[in-house]
Design a protein around this ligand. Structure first.
Ligand code: COA
Length: 141
């Protein structure tokens, strides 16, 4: 049984680091605007298995630092979290939600109706593209 609840920014840091940027210093995963974001955690009992962070400004929402612990991936937990973020972005009045997506996760985002926009780019060696969801007409997966 998975529950999703708001968490504090610092609770996201260990999973951000372990899953996304394990070779970087721990401080690399801390965002300067974390205090302005909405952070959600997926828990099984009291164990934190996945995190995601949402930021909204002027009707445009962006999610960042989306990570599920490797042994908990492919069980539907990320889908729960992303649906939560889509709902929250709508509640905040956003009409667009976007992320810088790792291409390794592109198929996952496409299942939510997100579409690529612009060129592929790299952070370190990792290829990314911007993926965008127009919230007025998006499906819930
Ligand atoms: C991307 C990520 C956050 C998704 O989280 P997740 O918890 O694995 O997400 P889900 O389990 O909901 O879905 C992942 C895949 O598992 C599949 N899946 C879901 N439930 C499943 C189940 N019970 N059995 C088998 N597969 C399942 C989904 O169909 C999906 O497939 P797809 O990749 O072909 O779309 C996670 O894979 C991750 O942390 N990856 C490494 C870091 C990363 O790339 N983060 C995103 C940066 S942009």
């Amino acid at each position: 049984m998975i529950t999703i609840r708001p968490i504090r920014p610092e609770e996201t840091y260990p999973l951000r680091h372990e899953v996304l940027w394990p070779d970087k210093p721990f401080a690399y995963v801390m965002l300067t605007d974390d205090a302005d974001g909405y952070h959600f955690g997926a828990f099984r009992e009291n164990e934190l298995l996945a995190v995601i962070s949402l930021f909204e400004k002027d009707g445009i929402a962006r999610f960042r630092k989306f990570a599920t612990r490797p042994d908990a991936q492919r069980q539907g937990i990320g889908s729960h979290l992303l649906n939560q973020v889509i709902d929250k972005a709508r509640q905040l009045g956003a009409d667009k939600l976007w992320c810088d997506a790792r291409l390794s996760a592109a198929a996952f985002y496409q299942r939510f109706g997100m579409e690529p926009e612009g060129e592929v780019f790299f952070k370190d060696e990792i290829p990314y593209a911007k993926y965008v969801l127009h919230l007025s007409n998006s499906p819930t997966v």
